[in-house]
Design a protein around this ligand. Structure first.
Ligand code: FAD
Length: 287
């Protein structure tokens, strides 16, 4: 099949935003969303603050996204540091507001990944337990997280894939991956999922490199590997310059076109509340 034919099959895209903390950032959020909305994403998701913070901001932004754009809006929800009752109340709030899609996550302790996640006796145990809890409340569309390079806390691959399977068996409709920069990791991961009988879509999470230093820092936190070739490519190139922009566009274009060639038909973009690169990628994908 030619590239054009693959593109013509119809590629869907979803966009992830984070809740803005200042008025200026909120303005940027809406500007970016307005620019991206005509691309008709399958959903726009809004993240939940680390350690379960920012709950109000996420709730407000998700509801506003739906109201202002009419697009399917999804709320990220973590269960870390909260009781079941508290989490259930948030879920019921979404139900009442007509938010039908939840990205269900365990979350990390406030100190971050690598710190031991402590289960609260009155809380959800993990992502799978949270999915089961949400399913009991209502008929939500539920996405969960997946890790092409294995979750840093998983002792081995078997454990990691079993964990994803538990989330799917509990009722998740799809998985969205952590950012990754080597497509080979994604293909190997898909293979492991297929062998384990996981049949829901595993949507690749694409992180456009708006700012290499920032993205590297974030990738290090969540233990996503930056290949040496990428480091070499961006070495000494300042963010915000034309050259950085061109390298970022070329890098992301290479990643998504390879994935499309390999058969991927749904993409999730971590927008960082920005629109330019994502618009370019969408055009490349036929939108
Ligand atoms: P789980 O699937 O519950 O578990 C992940 C790993 O933890 C497992 O692989 C396993 O190694 C270990 N584990 C789980 N249960 C047990 C157990 N019982 N015993 C031992 N080990 C266990 N974080 C936020 O705070 N807010 C967000 O909005 C957010 N959005 C995200 C969106 C995407 C697409 C992705 C990929 C991640 C997101 N995260 C977010 C990060 C996520 O919260 C962290 O990666 C967290 O460390 C794991 O969450 P999970 O739902 O994958 O956990």
């Amino acid at each position: 099949m030619t590239f054009e034919a693959k593109r013509a099959r119809g590629v869907t895209m979803s966009f992830e935003f984070f809740p803005p903390k200042t008025e200026a950032a909120e303005e940027k959020f809406w500007q970016s969303l307005e620019a991206l909305a005509p691309l008709k994403p399958s959903m726009v998701s809004v993240t939940y603050g680390a350690g379960g913070s920012d709950r109000e901001r996420t709730t407000r932004m998700v509801s506003e996204v739906k109201k202002r754009t009419g697009l399917e809006a999804a709320a990220h929800l973590t269960c870390v540091g909260a009781s079941r009752d508290e989490v259930d109340e948030v879920v019921r709030g979404y139900q009442a507001a007509g938010i039908n899609h939840i990205v269900a996550l365990r979350g990390d302790p406030p100190a971050g990944i690598g710190e031991r996640f402590e289960t609260r006796p009155d809380g959800y145990r993990d992502g799978a337990d949270l999915v089961a809890g949400i399913r009991k409340i209502g008929d939500f569309d539920i996405s969960v997280a997946a890790y092409p390079e294995k979750h840093p806390e998983s002792r081995d691959w078997q454990f990691d894939i079993d964990n994803l399977k538990r989330k799917v068996d509990a009722g998740a409709n799809r998985a969205i991956t952590q950012m990754f920069f080597d497509n080979a990791d994604y293909w190997r991961f898909l293979d492991r999922c297929t062998k384990a009988g996981i049949s829901v879509p595993i949507v690749p999470g694409i992180q456009p490199i708006h700012n290499f230093v920032q993205v590297s820092r974030f990738a290090a936190k969540c233990k996503a590997r930056i290949p040496g070739e990428l480091t070499r490519r961006f070495e000494g190139v300042e963010a915000g310059t034309d050259l950085h922009g061109m390298l970022a566009a070329a890098t992301a274009a290479q990643q998504v076109t390879e994935l499309l060639e390999g058969g991927v038909t749904a993409f999730h973009f971590f927008t960082m509340n920005r629109s330019e690169l994502v618009i370019a990628l969408a055009r490349l994908l036929g939108h």
